[in-house]
Design a protein around this ligand. Structure first.
Ligand code: PLP
Length: 373
């Protein structure tokens, strides 16, 4: 096993920050329950570690995309409520029931199938949620299907409808009228299913106003430190730090090119540090000639193309005692956040996090125990 100082790069995940962020979100919801979206391996940060930290912080309700993710989570959290956003595939019903996973039913056919399965097996009704589309046009019942379903409650016989959900399209853009319109439409639709809890609040909506909290919130990104509202100061604690090792520093005295495609040409005398990270680690190729990092407090610019395992930084402005083989360049950290890196890559923080690769040496900072601060 590689020692951390020999790893190509070290990814540090602060579980205390995960717990603090979840508590901050919970504090913004009035009396509503705060769940957590932990699909895609908890946004790339490790399902098991993250889920344990959230459970200790008090989170009891979790959302994942796939039944397999739900099964993995069930093994970690035997008592949690676990919702499967992609619903239940035909034939998968016994697996979900066996693991007490709650499907989010997205079509009338799925509702009929889950209800039929529940009735055929007898016993207590089976829990489910339904998703109603109010503008995303991805998953969920059409509004008219939702209204028709509300008009014939027998269609839900066999189902314990625990939650009615919808998903916001542009909540991170404060003032976008689509968000308020979705909330109004959702209110009208969920009124057809009175006892079920209502859920529409993602990370961003927790910062739009108390009217979005409803009964159960489903934040993901903000728990993992991403800025909830575009263009505004980020109130969340940073969760992820990534630093990568310099393998070699090259002095360039006469003009020559650096990297594949010869896209960077060093003209003036310069020093180039070659660093042990590449697109195979999820350090996106679109960061070529665009990213920056921090070396001993100095901002350094990535030059040339990102290749599979290597990137190159111009470290000409950094004293040689810092810019040397074995030193670490901060790729993500206090001086350069996930959102900063995402902006350089022309993408969103979600993609940066979920792309974090398996070759990084992962270190988890444990959350302080209750009462330890
Ligand atoms: C249905 C659903 N609800 C909630 C979330 C969480 O959104 P966010 O990570 O923006 O808080 C997601 C994430 O993609 C989602 O697909």
């Amino acid at each position: 096993m590689t020692r951390p100082e020999h790893a190509g790069a070290i990814l540090t995940i602060d579980l205390g920050a995960v717990a603090a962020n979840w508590r901050l979100l919970r504090g913004r919801l009035g009396g509503a329950e705060c769940g957590a979206v932990v699909k895609a391996d908890a946004y790339g940060l490790g399902l098991e570690s993250v889920a344990e930290a959230l459970w200790r912080a008090g989170c009891r309700t979790y959302f994942v995309a796939l039944a397999d993710e739900g099964a993995e989570l069930r093994a970690v959290l035997p008592e949690a409520d676990i919702f499967i956003l992609h619903g239940v595939a035909a034939g998968e019903e016994p697996d979900l029931m066996g693991k007490r996973l709650i499907p989010v039913l997205n079509t009338l056919e799925e509702i009929e199938r889950w209800a039929g399965f529940a009735r055929a097996r007898g016993g207590a009704p089976l829990a489910a949620a339904i998703m109603i589309d109010t503008g995303m046009s991805r998953l969920g019942l059409e509004p008219e299907e939702g209204r028709a379903l509300a008009a014939r409650p027998d269609a839900l016989d066999g189902i314990a409808l625990t939650c009615v959900m919808s998903h916001l399209v542009s909540a991170e853009e404060r003032g976008n009228p689509l968000t308020a319109r979705q909330l109004a439409d959702f209110h009208a639709l969920r009124a057809g299913f009175p006892p079920a809890r209502a859920s529409i609040c993602n990370s961003a909506a927790a910062f739009l106003g108390p009217e979005y909290a409803l009964d159960l919130a489903r934040p993901g990104a903000a728990i993992f430190g991403l800025a909830p509202i575009a263009g505004e100061a980020n109130p969340m604690a940073p969760v992820v730090a990534l630093s990568a090792r310099i393998l070699q520093v090259r002095q360039i005295d006469s003009p020559r090119t650096v990297g594949y495609g010869a896209t960077h040409r060093a003209i003036a005398p310069s020093r180039i540090a070659t660093v042990s990270v590449g697109y195979a680690d999820g350090y996106l190729r679109s960061l070529s000639s665009r990213a920056s990092g921090v070396l001993a407090g100095h901002r350094v610019r990535l030059v040339g193309r990102v290749s599979m395992d290597l990137i190159t930084f111009d470290v000409t402005g950094v004293p040689e005692r810092f810019a040397r083989a074995g030193a670490q360049i901060e790729l993500i950290g206090p001086g350069h956040t996930v959102d900063d890196l995402a902006a350089e890559a022309g993408t969103i923080g979600y993609e940066i996090l979920t792309a974090l690769g398996p070759r990084y040496h992962r270190t988890y900072i444990p959350a302080p125990r209750e009462g330890e601060g």
